[in-house]
Design a protein around this ligand. Sequence first.
Ligand SMILES: NC(=O)c1ccc[n+]([C@@H]2O[C@H](COP(=O)([O-])OP(=O)(O)OC[C@H]3O[C@@H](n4cnc5c(N)ncnc54)[C@H](OP(=O)(O)O)[C@@H]3O)[C@@H](O)[C@H]2O)c1
Length: 289
Amino acid sequence: MNEVGFLGLGIMGKAMAMNLQNNGFNVTVWNRSQSKCDELVKHGISIGESPAAVIGKCKYTIAMLSDPEAALSVVFGKAGVLEEICNGKGYIDMSTVDAETSKKISEAIKSKGGCFLEAPVSGSKKPAEDGQLIILAAGEKALYDEMLPAFNVLGKKSYFLGLVGNGAKMKIVVNMIMGSMMNALSEGLELADRSGLDCHELLDVLDLGAIANPMFKLKGPAMIKNSYPPAFPLKHQQKDMRLALALGDQNAISMPVAAAANEAFKKARSMGFGDLDFSAVHESVRRYK
Ligand SMILES: NC(=O)c1ccc[n+]([C@@H]2O[C@H](COP(=O)([O-])OP(=O)(O)OC[C@H]3O[C@@H](n4cnc5c(N)ncnc54)[C@H](OP(=O)(O)O)[C@@H]3O)[C@@H](O)[C@H]2O)c1
């Protein structure tokens, strides 16, 4: 499986494609904005002129796209994946989308004779660069087994979760919890600050107790400085909260904490923070004076 296609060179896709190329794979990329492809040529990466061209060239193609709309348009659009996918080829969508989107893509790929795996990831820019992602795969087990050499480069652990949709759902549940936690930290930092406490001391106290976690430790100090360089764009976290609430609707689960966190992420988006890191949800509380 030396030849691998890669569609989507955003924060995650670029790091993942580079990792594969640096670990012995021959990678061919496509990205909607051509300039992101050009940057990778000096590393020996090839460029395909469309998703269809990449699929035509490679037995296996991975996608890492922003949201359900992007994932669908790359598959069903002009010069899209469906034009070239056929028997013997595998398509692996690692974007975070809802289960329905994933099933729609799976059915279309299978109707052309191709194999499909959804494989969203947990972990952000740095784990993507370091090959330390957690891969949540579901779909065709044979394709999962064939992809393991690539997954072992991209991640520290991969799971096979069964039917298409289970990977998407697992990812959405994880990010719902993460978004709620980030919103709670934002409110806590603001409450500490405005009630006269030292926010660094708050982070120290949190880090020593039962709710210590790498996310608070990593993001907290920058949040105190109101600095949010994008590792996980806030607009994608809000998309994941939206998808989680829809999953909650489908299952009649009451999720008031997630719903409130979603409102905070929406507010931060409306304030223009969508392209900053999701920790910029802090601004929705900070400026609410
Ligand atoms: N960043 C993280 O920490 C992280 C962690 C885990 C999972 N994820 C998930 O991974 C996915 C990618 O995240 P990211 O942070 O890499 O996002 P990103 O930096 O915003 O990149 C998004 C990618 O999608 C492409 N795209 C957007 N709309 C498109 C369309 N209509 N047609 C074709 N391509 C389109 C973009 O192309 P252009 O370059 O042309 O805009 C870009 O390549 C998302 O589903 C996200 O939720 C992200």
